[in-house]
Ligand binder design. Structure first.
Ligand code: E4P
Length: 217
């Protein structure tokens, strides 16, 4: 499973990228707001840092306007994936932008039917939102599994990009289901390293090393 990092924070992306943990980046208007940066400037910087796909989201609601915005975003760098919402207008924009050779990430997906339409419209990535479904007491992971089944049934090449990931458990569950990509905030990716038995075991080893007088350097 590829790891995308869900942030527009350059320092956080750089830290994970240095460890080989970043196969791509996803942003959205809320993450751009949080960064306090200009969308074109920060997106360009991210694209220079990361060689994989960097999703940049349109803000228009009409198809023609989304297409114009998507073309402008795609000029930032060859690794831009234009992000469009899963509306009828967004699907039209997806078809045009992908026919023109752009990577397209269709976002705000909350149902298997929406994912089926995105694949038909030539999406490179479909972004089902797990956490926002969980917030409504609907299991977001079930949606990832349903889309995996449907795409495999028909050989759709659209990649399942599990989004709105809130916990380390979401990451391992997505990997078990077979999501192609998971995008997560830096804190969730770091939390995957945590285990209380690791901390407990290390604590004991530190104490025993001191008692044994072990010195390596
Ligand atoms: C990524 O593409 C999505 O925009 C993001 O994962 C949404 O996450 P949230 O539901 O935590 O805002």
């Amino acid at each position: 499973m590829k790891f995308f990092v869900d942030t527009a924070d350059i320092d956080a992306i750089a830290e994970l990228n240095d460890l080989g943990m970043v196969d791509g980046v996803t942003t959205n208007p809320s993450l751009i707001l949080k960064s306090g940066r200009d969308i074109m400037e920060v997106t360009k910087e991210i694209c220079e840092l990361v060689s994989g796909p960097v999703s940049a989201e349109v803000i228009a609601l009409e198809a023609e306007d989304m297409i114009a915005e998507g073309r402008k975003l795609a000029e930032i760098a060859p690794n831009i994936a234009v992000k469009v919402p899963l509306t009828w207008a967004g699907l039209k924009a997806c078809k045009t932008l992908s026919d023109e050779g752009n990577m397209v990430n269709v976002t705000l997906c909350f149902s298997a039917n929406q994912a089926l339409l995105a694949a038909k419209a030539g999406a490179t990535f479909i972004s089902p939102f797990i956490g926002r479904l969980d917030d409504l007491n609907i299991d977001g992971l079930d949606l990832i599994a349903d889309i995996r089944t449907i795409y495999d049934n028909y050989g759709f090449e659209t990649q399942i990009l599990a989004a709105s990931i809130r916990t380390a458990n979401h990451m391992s569950e997505c990997a078990k289901i077979g999501a192609d990509v998971a995008t997560a905030p830096p804190a969730v990716i770091k939390a995957m390293a945590n285990h209380m038995l690791t901390d407990k075991g290390l604590d004991q080893f530190v104490k025993d090393a001191a008692q044994a007088g072990i010195k390596i350097l």
